[in-house]
Design a protein around this ligand. Structure first.
Ligand code: SUG
Length: 451
């Protein structure tokens, strides 16, 4: 059925970094997380770095919104694990007997909203609504509880059921390990047009012929990706499932968005990103043909950028932004300019007069030290103008909101958080107070459940 495309813009919903941002080394398989274990963080700087990125993109005319942080510590988790008494007693006994569990309960990991959900815009779905499936993130304890609050926030923002469908997380069992948009890419001629949805999985629970990684966990399963495609009512000719190269997972590529990024007609990817590169790229080309769009793969060869360089610089954890002239800007973390091979590759890319003709570099070191680059920090949601009006307006980024949030961060966030500080009962009160005020700023009075 041919629908007349409605004017559509892609919003980046960035995660606002929460006041308890810290380095606890909780993500086995994520090299940066392990390397920075127990160093001191600066939550204030982290939040301001994230806000500066949102502000810069909004000023350039890109559609920008945000997703709020989650309340911490997660007392529900701590109580479920047997810590009892008042909140202060729960914190004290967790700090004394199981500090790693306290760190899990305090993690500000919801800032990486690429892991919040998988999103299919209305042009791709059977019922013409925008579909969200909240990610269960069940591979890591500290992330496995995010989905409850994420679902609550998404339902509050995308409340209009005429336009939006929010699906709860998949069953929290290894067969359905789901990490959301970090392993999902939408390719299309333009945001309003029919698209191709590309899902990348790391392993399969039920197909023994699919060989997974040996050293580090594969967080996304084929079965989870297939379930999301079913829930969203995607058409099979326009849906591609590719296997991530297990050898790169074993080198620290814990999500596909650490080795590939796609947008519009472009898939910017590393030679070693997928199992069987040629067949994978051909599958994308055929699916794109189906929607009448030319496919533009941009391949980065190992001889130019090694997998190790990709992991340490986060070259592929970048944002590909389509500009009004149809060309693209690549937004990379500052670490890319500090890596000679990557910097050299990028300067050749920009001067080669291809579709990517501008480089934007951002200082996001606070998040990067936990393995979260520019692309991790945002969830892309393509919305028609009508849908953009139907969603909750309080999370749309404006100059006024920016100014209020900077002030709010300055007032409530600490500039230093060491592992021992998590034991301080005052921190829990500070976080709670800050988030109460935030729900007022965002005009979402019922955003948080009472803990
Ligand atoms: O899930 N790091 C996150 C980083 C997520 C990045 N997201 C994408 N690539 N889309 C993770 O591994 C570290 C927390 C700590 O160690 O304190 C952490 O959760």
């Amino acid at each position: 059925m041919n629908k007349t495309p409605e004017p559509t813009r892609e919003f980046n919903f960035d995660g606002l970094v929460g006041p308890s941002h810290n380095y606890a080394g909780l993500s086995f398989g994520n090299v940066a997380s392990s390397n920075n274990i127990k160093s001191a963080s600066n939550p204030k700087e982290a939040a301001l770095q994230g806000l500066a990125k949102m502000h810069a993109l909004a000023q350039r005319g890109f559609a920008q919104a945000l997703l709020p942080p989650q309340d911490r510590p997660n007392f529900r988790l701590l109580r479920q694990l047997g810590f009892t008494g008042t909140n202060a007693q729960v914190i004290a006994s967790a700090a004394r007997t199981a500090p790693v569990l306290l760190a899990c309960a305090y993690s500000a990991s919801p800032m990486w909203t690429a892991n919040a959900a998988t999103v299919s815009p209305s042009a791709d779905t059977r019922d013409g609504r925008t579909h969200f499936t909240v990610a269960n993130l069940n591979n890591k304890l500290h992330r496995s509880y995010e989905h409850t609050q994420t679902e609550r926030a998404l339902r509050a923002i995308f409340h209009d059921e005429q336009h939006f469908a929010v699906h709860q997380a998949l069953p929290a069992t290894p067969a359905f390990g789901d990490e959301g948009a970090a392993n999902h890419t939408r390719l299309c001629a333009e945001h309003a047009a029919d698209g191709v949805e590309l899902f990348v999985y790391g392993r399969s629970e039920f197909d023994p012929s699919i060989e997974g990684p040996k050293r580090f966990p594969a967080r996304q399963t084929l079965e989870a990706s297939q379930a999301v495609a079913r829930l969203h009512g995607l058409q099979s000719e326009r849906t591609v499932f590719l296997q991530q190269n297990p050898d790169t997972i074993d080198q620290g590529v814990f999500h596909n968005d650490v080795i590939a990024v796609g947008s519009g007609r472009v898939l910017f990817y590393h030679q070693q990103a997928f199992v069987n590169e040629a067949a994978s790229i051909e599958q994308c080309r055929v699916a794109m043909q189906h929607v009448g769009a030319e496919f533009l793969p941009v391949r980065v060869a190992t001889q130019d950028v090694s997998v190790a360089d990709a992991v340490s610089s986060y070259l592929f954890n970048s944002q590909l932004l389509t500009k009004s002239d149809g060309k693209m800007a690549l937004l990379v973390p500052q670490e890319c300019s500090e890596n000679p091979a990557v910097a050299n590759y990028l300067s050749n890319l920009i001067s080669s007069s291809g579709v990517i003709d501008e480089l934007l570099s951002f200082e996001l070191r606070q998040s990067m030290r936990n393995g979260g680059g520019p692309a991790c920090l945002r969830l892309r949601v393509a919305l028609t103008d009508k849908q953009a009006q139907a969603m909750h307006q309080g999370v749309i980024f404006t100059e006024v909101l920016y100014a209020r949030l900077v002030q709010w961060v300055e007032r409530h966030y600490r500039d230093r958080l060491s592992p021992d500080d998590l034991a301080d009962p005052a921190l829990a009160i500070e976080v709670h107070t800050a988030l109460n005020e935030l729900s007022g700023i965002l005009n979402l009075p019922n955003l948080y459940e009472d803990q």
